[in-house]
Design a protein around this ligand. Structure first.
Ligand code: UTP
Length: 238
């Protein structure tokens, strides 16, 4: 039998919990697609983001008292855990029963797949970065070459398309050029196409990162089938 391939998905929290509450319709479509791909012998690592739950809690606590950046990040981390639990629950039959909360754990993370499980669900780890970073560490440890970053943007642009009408979409970019766009600094609640700390790690590890719109599951399916798809490819080597 053909060896199955690991696909690491950084599932943006903005897809799970957008501003107006949990998007169960998206989750339903996403679930259908992933199950279809599992049947084609793929295995998935899904890292859940915090989305609006993280933002809401961070904002509320900040209104009550002054928070440190660590405090803000920890609230974010706990929302990623809640969302990870939601993801694990909807994939009950396919996912390992425990959520990975420490991508650098000494334990053998392949244990998540030992009982023929098809999915490993992971959440945030520690302050100082986002779940994108967790995704790059898990990719490194499982020997996956690509991280698929799903959020609510279709492409990376050379400048903020909400502010500049002349912003141009980028279909392919090298890590040095991409890192010029996102910078090097982490801020809790930062909203970059791929977090700067994760970008540094991905560049060092020679990972390829795909940035695509998560809601467009038809497009995602094209990617999985090796067909032309909409999205930005950050190439492993420039
Ligand atoms: P994410 O930044 O990963 O989720 O985690 P998101 O904002 O929902 O993702 P996108 O923007 O849609 O892609 C939410 C927050 O949790 C904290 C950070 O504060 C982050 O902004 N966090 C998450 C950490 O501090 N460390 C982690 O390892 C993960």
């Amino acid at each position: 039998m053909q060896k199955s391939k690991y696909y690491v998905i950084s599932l943006g929290g903005s897809l799970i919990v957008p501003k107006n509450g949990i998007d169960w319709k998206f989750l339903k479509n996403f679930r259908e697609l992933i199950i279809k791909e599992i049947k084609k012998n793929k295995k998935f690592i899904i890292v859940a983001g915090g989305g609006n739950t993280a933002r809401d809690y961070q904002t509320a606590a900040s209104k009550v008292t002054k928070l440190t950046d660590d405090d803000k990040d920890w609230i974010g981390i706990h929302s990623t855990r809640l969302n990870a639990h939601l993801i694990k629950t909807i994939f009950r039959k396919y996912a390992h029963s425990r959520i990975n909360k420490n991508p650098r754990t000494k334990a053998d993370i392949r244990k998540h797949f030992q009982k023929n499980e098809k999915i490993m669900v992971a959440a945030g780890w520690r302050p100082g970065w986002s779940t994108d970073y967790v995704a790059t560490i898990l990719a490194e440890r499982l020997g996956a070459k690509t991280v698929i970053n799903l959020s609510n943007i279709q492409y990376v642009y050379d400048k903020d398309p909400k502010k500049y009408k002349t912003a141009k979409k980028i279909k392919e970019i090298t890590w040095p050029d991409f890192r010029k766009i996102v910078g090097n600094k982490w801020d809790p609640g930062l909203n970059a196409p791929f977090d700067p700390i994760a970008s540094k790690h991905a560049e060092e590890q020679g990972l390829e990162v795909i940035i695509a719109e998560g809601k467009n599951t038809k497009n995602l399916e094209k990617y999985f089938n090796g067909e032309k798809f909409k999205g930005t490819v950050i190439k492993a080597r420039g």
